[in-house]
Write a protein that binds this ligand. Structure first.
Ligand code: BG6
Length: 514
């Protein structure tokens, strides 16, 4: 299918002849940030915008507008942004870059339901067009709870800001969670869809902006080495782990009632599964990649017995990094009888010719042993064991581990003879590490994604079908858990609840110790 060409986007035929190694620079545009006083804006979005400016990837005609319920003048917003950048930006602070960026900053105070505030917003972006040549191209970034999306998109429509014009594009960027379940995700989409055409909607799953996640496709489809063994004939099972050492922190209001599975399995982990399980896309256009991911997600199969194929936990008090930490139920803002899970593990199947019979084990948790995200393909053992059990006592199964973070790279584990007179075989690693192989530092996921929004390049943004397919997978599990009562407690700083280890032990396997 031909991909729709958006105003301002590089047309497809040209894309094939463009050298993708050249820097991709955004054209004149305004980014309007809703939720500018939130944690995400301060820690990730504002620093990423500065980092893009510092890398020369924003045009001189760029404007940044903050919208919030604060009695701020333009300078107050610039001051808040300045502090966020000083504290969290990845690249060094440069006065000249900051000056150029901050000259294009504006702030609009107001409530989301206030028509006047949105009329003021419309005036502000048009003034920016006149003062800084931003060309009438506006991206609206909704870093807000989803329940506020309908109000904002309706206001954008009413104030005439949502509709693309002949030479000016309008885009909306929405942060997860996209709903709470399938039904609410569909309702939410209906609201957004009513105002913005599908090609103007950019749904952020920041894992897709990570270099190592994009590298999964390079690893698979740019090499001949891995693809022939990337299937049920060689792979025993797949483990996808996203472990965090932090607790719920200051996000109690967001997290409680959502829990680990809705927070990260529905999006980040199922996207990783899709990238591992999908077939090669016909091309690297957004439509082709999304189509393959959707096929993989449609093929996901839930085990019959959800009780034994899933595990849930809630962190109890313990030790982390040499400090004692409280349990989830003692965290500020968490009700003492909360049943929200902070750990979730799920066994899934992928019902395709490539994957039938290969379990995909997904796990995520807060307050685990350490922060690590990885995808591990664990291979079958050799059919014929030439070496005696004692000679290979320490040998495990071969594995290929894509280290998503923090120590980004790829590891291949295999058996090798230990030097000496005996024929002893032991596991060794062959490593690719980003730090050693490349001199370029990896950009933050949000740098890449914000740039793609401004350029109008959609491959790294899931479309609604993917969101819905993921909820179809998760909904029955969530329903099962509601009936199953309280999650099991696990000690902070350890590797999750007993039931998660039993889940794999029942299959004669064990979780990797990253
Ligand atoms: C977010 C989740 O999407 O990802 C958070 O809402 C989680 O709960 C965060 O802490 C982790 O992101 P990263 O990039 O640090 O792995």
């Amino acid at each position: 299918m031909k991909e729709p060409v958006m105003p301002g986007a590089v047309p497809n035929p040209l894309r094939d002849v463009l050298d993708r190694r050249l820097p991709r620079i955004a054209g004149p545009s305004v980014l309007v940030l809703f939720g500018v006083t939130g944690d995400l804006a301060r820690k990730k979005l504002l620093p990423a915008i500065y980092d893009l400016a510092n890398r020369g990837l924003l045009p001189p005609g760029f404007g940044l507008v903050g919208f919030a319920r604060r009695d701020w003048a333009h300078q107050d917003f610039a001051q808040v942004a300045h502090e966020a950048v000083r504290e969290h930006a990845r690249t060094p602070f440069r006065e000249d870059v900051w000056r150029q960026l901050s000259e294009g900053m504006r702030f609009v105070p107001g409530e989301l339901h206030d028509d006047d505030a949105f009329d003021k917003l419309a005036d502000t972006v048009r003034e920016l067009d006149a003062d800084r040549g931003t060309g009438g191209n506006y991206a609206f970034y909704l870093s807000l709870p989803p329940k506020l999306f309908p109000t904002v998109v309706t206001q954008l429509k009413r104030s005439g800001l949502a509709e693309s014009e002949e030479h000016a594009w309008r885009r909306v960027v929405i942060e997860k969670p996209f709903g709470h379940d399938l039904k609410s995700a569909q309702d939410l989409n209906a609201v957004v869809d009513d105002v913005f055409p599908p090609q103007s909607v950019f749904r952020i799953d920041h894992y897709l902006g990570k270099e190592t996640v994009q590298n999964l496709m390079a690893l698979r489809f740019a090499n001949t080495l891995f693809e022939p063994i990337w299937n049920r004939s060689y792979i025993d099972h797949v483990q996808i782990t996203m472990a965090e050492d932090i607790g719920v922190g200051g996000r109690a209001g967001y997290y409680d009632g959502i829990g680990a599975a809705r927070d990260v399995i529905q999006n980040h982990l199922l996207q990783l599964l899709a990238l591992v399980a999908m077939e090669e896309p016909l091309s690297f256009t957004a439509d082709a990649i999304r189509a393959e991911k959707e096929k993989a997600l449609s093929a996901v199969e839930l085990p019959e017995d959800l009780e034994t194929a899933t595990a849930r936990g809630q962190y109890a008090a313990g030790w982390q990094g040499g400090a004692s930490v409280v349990g989830y139920l003692e965290e500020e803002g968490i009700p003492s009888d909360s049943t929200t899970e902070t750990y979730a593990a799920i066994k899934l199947g992928v019902n395709t010719r490539r994957w039938a019979g290969v379990p995909f084990y997904l796990r995520t948790g807060k307050r685990l042993g350490r922060r690590v995200t990885e995808v591990a393909l664990v291979f079958q053992r050799t059919a014929n064991r030439v070496f005696s059990h004692t000679a290979t006592e320490e040998q495990g199964a071969n594995s290929l581990v894509i280290r998503v973070q923090p120590d980004e790279g790829v590891t291949l584990r295999f058996g090798s003879k230990v030097p000496g007179a005996a024929m002893e075989v032991r596991d060794v690693s062959m490593d690719f590490s980003y730090g050693e192989s490349f001199t370029e530092a990896s950009p933050e996921a949000y740098e890449r994604l914000i740039l793609d929004v401004l350029i109008g390049d959609p491959p790294l943004f899931p479309r609604q079908e993917e969101v819905e397919l993921s909820w179809r997978i998760l909904d029955p599990i969530e329903e099962h858990w509601v009936k199953a009562g309280r999650p099991e407690q696990y000690e902070s700083g350890a590797w999750g609840p007993k039931s998660a280890h039993e889940l794999l032990a029942r299959d004669g396997r064990q979780w990797r110790r990253p």
